[in-house]
Design a protein around this ligand. Structure first.
Ligand SMILES: [Zn+2]
Ligand SMILES: [Zn+2]
Length: 92
C-alpha cells in the first residue's frame, strides 16, 4: 500500500512496524521514524488508529493484550464497517 508520496521510510514498512510500535517494543530511533511518518501520512495514520482501537477493545473485552486471532479479526472487521458507515454519504 502506498499513498503516492515520497517518504523516508516506505509506507508498507511503516505499517509492518506499527504493530510493534503499538506494543512499544521498538527502540527510540524507529519510534521517531514511525511517529514522523504518521504525522505526514494520512493513510498510515488511519491504519494506526484502527490498530490502536483494536488493541483497546481487545483489552477491554478479555483483559488480555494477546487476544485470540478470531476475536481480533472480528473487531477489526467491525471497525472497518463502522468507518465505511460513517464516511459514506447518507440518503438525500
Ligand atoms: Zn505512509
Ligand atoms: Zn504517505
Amino acid at each position: 500500500m502506498s499513498c503516492g508520496e515520497d517518504h523516508d521510510v516506505d509506507c508498507g514498512e511503516i505499517l509492518q512496524r506499527v504493530y510493534v510500535f503499538i506494543d512499544n517494543e521498538l527502540e527510540d530511533a524507529s519510534t521517531d521514524e514511525i511517529r514522523q511518518h504518521l504525522e505526514e501520512c494520512a493513510p498510515c495514520l488511519d491504519e494506526y488508529d484502527i490498530e490502536r482501537c483494536v488493541k483497546k477493545l481487545v483489552h477491554r473485552s478479555c483483559g488480555d493484550e494477546h487476544a485470540p486471532d478470531a476475536l481480533r479479526q472480528k473487531i477489526l472487521l467491525r471497525l472497518t464497517q463502522i468507518r465505511i458507515e460513517t464516511t459514506s454519504p447518507g440518503p438525500e
